[in-house]
Design a binder for this molecule. Structure first.
Ligand code: ZN
Length: 286
């Protein structure tokens, strides 16, 4: 366990491994920044954005696709260009995008939340490679971590407000989730980001309780826990050679001065060796 970047981000989030450049994309939602971190050189590149950024994924044709407050945008880290790809139907200033991820066919899934985080008006959207947008799952309060089983037949989604992981049957060809059922309820802290390893086990980041946990989605059993030196653990992604590292983001928002003294690396990026390799971050295909 090592703090590899003492970023002091407000809400470090959405780590995504870009295997092409062997770098880690991550965002600071409240700080309105997109970052690209090179773990070998310990170098971090940043683009400041005009709006909240919920998630970012590598784009197969180059650059990055980001879910900003009101829609999907192309971002070029070198030129700092930000170009609108598609707005979402739900507009207004009282919602923003939160976590997002691509499925195995390169569709970009990202969900929204009401800024008040107190009513189920969030929606999970799908950006298709042809840049059309579909609202797919509504009734979410804090749409958060996403993932798929190794065979792509199950989609996982966390709604942090109800502190649970929901599994959906997933038809990869059409990009349709169905039959949602709660498979895991979290009682210690608030479940935030999610990742899946090659054995199909789920990894959950716990906001508020200094840890990651690993779960068997078939039985609902908690298998392992991994402690972090920060309380607000937000998300994780597998990366590095053979996807054998775990990169973890964290937040500083809401901590008191005493909290910050007790956890000086809050808001930083962490790396730990994975007991089993993870599934790769998929790129947006469009
Ligand atoms: Zn999150």
């Amino acid at each position: 366990m090592e703090c590899i970047l003492d970023a002091k981000s407000l809400v470090g989030e959405g780590p995504a491994w870009d295997s092409q450049s062997e770098t880690l994309l991550w965002v600071d939602i409240e700080g309105r920044e997109l970052h690209r971190f090179d773990p070998r050189r310990r170098r971090d590149q940043v683009v400041r954005l005009p709006e909240y950024i919920g998630a970012a994924v590598p784009r197969a044709s180059g650059g990055v696709v980001a879910a900003l407050r009101d829609g999907f945008y192309h971002v070029d880290l070198d030129t700092q260009a930000v170009i609108l790809l598609a707005k979402v139907p739900q507009t207004g200033t009282d919602h923003r995008f939160n976590d997002g991820k691509c499925d195995a066919l390169g569709r970009f899934w990202a969900g929204t939340l009401p800024l008040s985080q107190d009513r189920p008006t969030g929606v999970l959207y799908c950006l298709e490679p042809d840049l059309t947008v579909r609202p797919v799952i509504d009734g979410l309060t804090i749409s958060n971590g996403l993932g798929w089983s190794p065979d792509h037949r199950v989609m996982y989604l966390i709604d942090s407000a109800v502190r649970s992981v929901t599994a959906y049957d997933y038809d990869l060809a059409s990009g349709a989730p169905s039959g949602g059922r709660t498979i895991i309820e979290i009682e210690d802290g608030i479940p935030d980001g999610l990742a899946v390893d090659v054995e199909g086990m789920l990894w959950v980041a716990h906001w508020g309780t200094w840890r990651l946990s690993r779960w068997d989605p078939r039985t609902g059993d908690r298998l392992q826990e991994f402690g972090l030196p920060v309380s607000q653990v937000t998300s994780l992604a597998f990366g590095g050679p053979d996807l054998r590292n775990i990169y973890v983001t964290s937040a500083r928002l809401g901590l008191s001065p005493a909290d910050c003294e007790a956890q000086p690396y809050a808001g930083g990026l962490f790396e730990l060796p994975a007991p089993v390799p993870g599934l790769p971050t998929m790129s947006f295909a469009g």
